[in-house]
Design a protein around this ligand. Sequence first.
Ligand code: AMP
Ligand code: ZN
Length: 464
Amino acid sequence: MPIRFTDTYSRQLEDFAPLAPPLVRLYTCGPTVYNYAHIGNFRAYIFEDLLQRHLEARGFDVLRVMNLTDVDDKTIRNSLASGQRLNDFTAIYKAAFFADLDALRIKRAQHFPAATDYVPQMIDMIRDLEAKGIAYQADDKSVYFRLSKYPDYGKLAHLNLDELRPSGRIRNDDYEKESIGDFALWKAWDKADGDVRWESPWGPGRPGWHIECSAMATALLGPELDIHCGGVDNIFPHHEAEIAQSECCTGKKFVRTWLHCAHLMVEGEKMAKSAGNFFTLRDLLDKGWTGREVRYVLLTVNYRLPLNFTFEGLAGARAALQRLDEWTARLADHAGEKSEVRNQKSEIPRVEAFFAALDDDLNISGAMGALFDLVRESNATLDRGDLTPAQAAALLAGWQRVDAVLAIERDAVTVPAEVHALVEQRQAARAAKDWPGSDRLRDAIAAAGWIVKDTKDGPKLTPR
Ligand code: AMP
Ligand code: ZN
């Protein structure tokens, strides 16, 4: 079965067909680095991570670009308020963003272009648009995109332009559908910009947000992208404007497949900085949740469905991960020597079902259903004593394939020497039938962060 996605442009489920397989050119709108990213932003990045990892599991070579918006209305406003220069200010949030990507096990893109490094390319595009009569400089010295020159504007968001009355020019990066109009490509410098300015053929100023992504995407991936992603709030006006600018410059169809994830919600409202209802990853780590647990919550709801964020959801993730940890530990024990995995090739129907579900528009809930069916069935087979070590090894190999996409396996932890020593003392106490001593040692082991279980093969340790 081919891979299928629901393309935002056509609103149809379509077979995925990149231009030059196995290469997939993937562009994903990245963070505006004016604050710590909230977990709503990370829902988008984790959906994109799942997309990338699944395509790779299916043999594609994904070339991914994620931009960093380090100059726009918000970064300028907040850097001025903090009294820092723009670059010093955004550097703090760039570093925090990369630390968060690691904590959430999000694969690094090949390129993380910063907008401030691509201003010459943006100027080139605007000059090209001006030469074609599509861009013009207005009285306020800013340069605008002439909407009347691009009749396809609004098709991604499925707007009917005839019903909307254009409201003149728009200088803001973000605006409502109701106030559609010629949008800014280059914003002439004014006092509110402080020392943030670049020279240009139109005088000092700075790029608009939309031209930033068009320039970085085409500079690094060429004129035709296979997939472009973002959250649904990016559809209008940002991605609509990207299409208009890019296609008018290159004359080519900019994007073959548009994918947008639904929002992360809190009590029925979009999680957003402006609404003040957000959690950063740090907030959750400070409350004792792990990056792995947050990843699980953000990963396991289908990307086109809104995801309601709750602490019960996080607790559910903790329980589900524990179930998987126990299962893999049990399989590893049972496989013994064979865990080196000789049976790489054996097909496990539930594992194939996991990947088939993801082929179907990244149906992660179907995929997780197949995985937990496998856990339940193989645990039952183990309970009956019917699983051979070779079968356990094959299941572990299947799990490794699955986890290359999910990235939720427990970090390998080594048991500290002092915990080993406590376990040995406890074994000695048990041999001497010193039960109170054995219990005290069990508590000491627990205090050190480990749970000891007595099995027929001797004591087994798991992290608490
Ligand atoms: P921003 O930093 O606001 O430009 O957003 C960065 C990315 O996060 C974009 O792709 C947005 O669509 C996405 N995003 C923002 N808020 C949410 C949310 N509550 N749920 C899911 N994605 C979001
Ligand atoms: Zn963008």
